[in-house]
Design a protein around this ligand. Structure first.
Ligand SMILES: [Zn+2]
Length: 188
């Protein structure tokens, strides 16, 4: 995606809360914001926004990375990130991720949970059926980023190169496949 596409997405996240001081540029997907309520200015990359949403650290505490870093060792953080990248949005991981041999609880938010050994999860062993289809192929960077911008009920099934492309999306609440443009998906 081009920087202008990211900027369009970012602008839709500002609401009345944030002011966009500096936009993303091609080659530097870093934007700068001001939190209107407290005046705090901060920079975020498009990837960080995709991961954490847009929020003010001064008002809402430490970022996810800082919190996790304080709580866990570096290796546990890396394994945790691998699990979350594998699972995608709509899932939470609970338990000690300091070793690949540990068992963790994978929660499908609003649904159920299952227990799995981390090594099995990362290597596609003993996966529940509903996870198998989304682990078959690696998602592209823009798919991962868009996936984090859309509602958790939607799961992207095809790649795209512009906001006008028509893509296949699985609606996990209605259990059906939709064909929509990226643009339309963002306003769902
Ligand atoms: Zn603030």
């Amino acid at each position: 995606m081009k920087a202008s596409d990211y900027n369009r997405i970012i602008r839709s996240l500002l609401k009345d809360e944030f002011e966009l001081i500096r936009e993303c540029k091609d080659g530097d997907l870093t934007a700068e914001f001001r939190h209107k309520k407290c005046g705090h200015c901060f920079t975020r990359t498009a990837q960080e926004i995709a991961y954490n949403g847009l929020r003010c650290n001064r008002c809402y505490g430490l970022s996810r990375e800082e919190t996790l870093y304080n709580l866990q060792e570096q290796q546990a953080l890396e394994i945790y990130d691998k699990c979350m990248k594998k699972l995608g949005p709509g899932y939470e991981v609970k338990g000690d991720t300091s070793s690949l041999d540990n068992e963790i609880e994978v929660v499908r938010v609003g649904k159920d949970y299952f227990i799995i050994k981390i090594d099995d999860l990362l290597n596609d062993r003993n996966l529940p059926e509903y996870l198998i289809h989304c682990t078959l192929k690696e998602k592209s960077v823009q798919m991962q980023i868009l996936q984090n911008f859309v509602k958790p009920r939607y799961e992207l099934l095809s790649d795209f190169s512009s906001l006008d492309d028509i893509i296949s999306v699985r609606d996990n609440n209605a259990e059906k496949i939709l064909k929509v443009t990226v643009k339309d998906l963002l306003v769902q």
